[in-house]
Design a protein around this ligand. Structure first.
Ligand code: NAD
Length: 254
C-alpha cells in the first residue's frame, strides 16, 4: 500500500519542516521528488538526505511568488503526477497592526504562490493524464487564530482555491485536497517565536503546545503521513476535501 513508484512529485518549500518531511517520505515510497525552495542552499539538506538514502531527487531555486520563475521551473521538471503546494510564511498581527506591505508579502507567497504553482502545474499534469494536488492550508482557515489576520486570510483563500481546482479539473483526472495542521514543530514556529516573542521563547513554546488539547505540537512526519495517504492510489475516491490534523484543536477546544 501507499507506493509512489513511477510517480514524479513536486514539493514547494521542500527544504524545511513539513515540506522536507513530505519530500523525504515520498522519496522513500519510490517517488522521484522535485524540491522547490527559495535557494539551492535552503533545499540542500533535504536533497542530500534523500540522495544519501538511495532516493531520487532534484532541487530548484525558485520563488513561488514569481510566476515567470515558477512556470520556467515546472517546464523544466516536465510531466508530473503530484504537486504539494507547501511553501508558506508566517505573520503575526491583527488587522490594525498589519501594514499593507506585510499583508502583500503574505498574500504574495501564501496565496499567489499557490496560484502560480497550480497555474504552472496543470499543463504538466495533462501530460501525465491527471494527478494529485495537496495545498497546505491551516486550522487558521477554519477558526481564525488570534493575532494572525493576514495568515488566516491567506489560508482561507487556500481552502477556497482547493475547492475551485477540485471542481474545475475533476474531468481531467486531477484530485485536489488540502491539509489543515494545527501547530507543528518546525523552523517556521521556532522562527516566529524568536522574532515575535524574544526573551519569552520557552513560555511561548509551552503555550503553543498546550493550545492543542492533545498537549503537544504536531510532528512534520505526522503531516507527511497524511499527505502520503492523500496522494496514494488508495485515496483515489477523495477530492475537494480539507483534512484537519490538529490534536483536537478545532473540535475539542472549549
Ligand atoms: N508549522 C506549523 O505550525 C504550520 C501549521 C499549519 C500550516 N503550516 C503551513 O505548512 C507550510 C510549511 O510550514 P513549515 O512549518 O514546514 O515552514 P518552514 O518555514 O519550516 O518551511 C517553509 C519552506 O518554504 C520555503 N519558502 C518560503 N517562502 C518561499 C517562497 N517564496 N518560494 C519558495 N520557497 C519558499 C522556505 O525556504 C522553507 O524551506 C506552510 O504553508 C505553513 O503555512 C504550518
Amino acid at each position: 500500500m501507499f507506493s509512489l513508484k513511477n510517480k514524479k512529485a513536486v514539493v514547494t518549500g521542500g527544504g524545511s519542516g513539513i515540506g522536507r518531511a513530505i519530500a523525504t517520505l515520498f522519496a522513500k515510497q519510490g517517488a522521484e521528488v522535485h524540491i522547490i525552495d527559495l535557494t539551492i542552499e535552503s533545499a540542500k539538506e533535504a536533497l542530500d538526505e534523500i540522495l544519501n538514502s538511495g532516493g531520487k531527487a532534484f532541487s530548484y531555486a525558485c520563488n513561488v511568488a514569481n510566476q515567470e520563475e515558477v512556470v520556467a521551473t515546472f517546464e523544466k521538471i516536465g510531466n508530473i503526477n503530484i504537486l504539494i503546494n507547501n511553501a508558506g510564511i508566517a505573520h503575526v498581527g491583527k488587522v490594525d497592526t498589519t501594514p499593507a506591505v506585510d499583508f502583500d508579502r503574505v498574500m504574495d507567497v501564501n496565496v499567489k504562490g499557490v496560484y502560480n504553482c497550480l497555474f504552472a502545474a496543470i499543463p504538466q499534469f495533462r501530460l501525465s493524464n491527471g494527478g494529485v494536488i495537496i495545498n497546505m492550508a491551516s486550522i487558521a482557515a477554519w477558526v481564525g487564530i488570534p493575532d494572525r489576520f493576514a495568515y488566516s486570510t491567506a489560508k482561507g483563500a487556500v481552502m477556497a482555491m482547493t475547492l475551485s481546482v477540485a471542481k474545475d479539473y475533476i474531468g481531467e483526472n486531477i484530485r485536489c485536497n488540502s491539509i489543515s495542521p494545527a501547530r507543528v514543530h518546525t523552523p517556521f514556529v521556532d522562527g516566529f517565536i524568536s522574532k515575535n516573542y524574544a526573551g519569552k521563547e520557552a513560555e511561548m513554546f509551552e503555550k503553543l503546545s498546550q493550545s492543542q488539547p492533545i498537549g503537544r505540537m504536531g510532528k512534520p512526519d505526522e503531516i507527511a503521513a497524511l499527505a502520503l495517504y492523500l496522494c496514494s492510489d488508495e485515496a483515489g475516491f477523495i477530492t475537494g476535501c480539507d483534512y484537519p490534523i490538529d490534536g483536537g484543536f478545532i473540535k475539542l477546544n472549549n
